[in-house]
Ligand binder design. Structure first.
Ligand code: PLP
Length: 275
């Protein structure tokens, strides 16, 4: 992974910028902090925009306050006039009005969007409602390059009963690629499944590390964004990002009494051949 040129002087050309739209988890386990750490680990520059502020510990969520949509719209307009992110990664949205503001602000750009649905917090508390799900389906997913739901999120968003019907539904509304993550399955091993244009193109197995972890979905999807930004193909980015998060989980650390935090950096405990 070479991101610094041989003169040792990083330039804007070799430090890709990734626009991050996500919530603030003050435990630092998920959301914006997870995304910024992951971007940094891969040598990318994060442009963080907060969508929703939350009250959380390592066990659960106790409250959330969406940012004002007009504020987010102005932040995005201001950033996009001056900077040229090569990827957008969207996580928790907070409200349907925030979802609308983001879709409107990004409507005139062609920056590929990775959307990691965050419908509930790591501890199980809700972070979405019916109105927001409708905006996601009508405004966000039709322009999404890659959506990374787990099976529960996939079925909840689409309102159908099984994976193949849900994939067909998302593909029909315009979502180009879908990575269904198996991390929430209850088995000791699980698989991640990549669909492109409605077809299963890649399915690969993982061994579960026992325990509860916060921010795994955020980390995986941001790692994919960073790998795409550094010229990896989509299947390659998904597989390498999977290796990154599973290694980070194997080296996770506890900061409180409940969920542990994946160790997202430094990258030197990841083998060069893996990433
Ligand atoms: N974003 C925020 C702000 C969160 O608080 C959480 C979970 O608590 C998430 C995203 C999702 O985290 P995960 O990657 O564990 O699904």
């Amino acid at each position: 992974m070479t991101l610094i040129d041989t003169t040792g002087k990083p330039t804007t050309a070799n430090i890709p910028q990734i626009l991050l739209l996500a919530g603030l988890d003050p435990s630092g386990g998920a959301g914006l902090q997870a995304d910024i750490q992951t971007c940094t680990a891969f040598g990318c520059h994060a442009l963080p925009v907060m969508t929703v502020n939350t009250i959380q510990d390592t066990g659960n969520i106790y409250g959330f306050k969406p940012e004002a949509p007009e504020w987010i719209r102005r932040q995005l307009e201001t950033l996009l006039k001056d900077m040229t992110p090569c990827m957008v990664k969207i996580g928790a949205l907070g409200s349907s009005s925030v979802a609308i503001a983001i879709c409107q602000a990004l409507a005139n750009t062609d920056i590929p969007i990775i959307y990691d649905p965050v419908l509930s917090a790591g501890g199980g508390g809700a972070l979405s409602d019916r109105e927001m799900l409708e905006q996601i389906m009508h405004s966000l997913l039709p322009t999404t390059f890659l959506c990374t739901p787990n099976i529960i999120e996939l079925l909840e968003m689409t309102g159908v009963q099984n994976e193949s019907a849900a994939i067909e539904h998302l593909t029909n509304i315009g979502c180009q690629n879908i990575l269904v993550t198996g991390g929430h399955d209850t088995t000791s091993s699980y698989s991640n499944r990549l669909y492109s244009d409605g077809q299963l193109t890649l399915c690969w197995p993982w061994q579960r590390t026992p325990g509860e972890y916060r921010g795994t979905g955020c980390t995986l999807s941001t790692a994919i964004a960073a790998l795409l930004a550094t010229n990896h193909s989509l299947p390659d980015s998904c597989q390498k990002a999977g290796t990154y998060i599973s290694t980070a989980v194997q080296h996770a650390y506890a900061i409180g009494a409940h969920q542990q935090i994946p160790r997202r950096f430094p990258l030197n405990f990841f083998s060069d051949t893996d990433l």
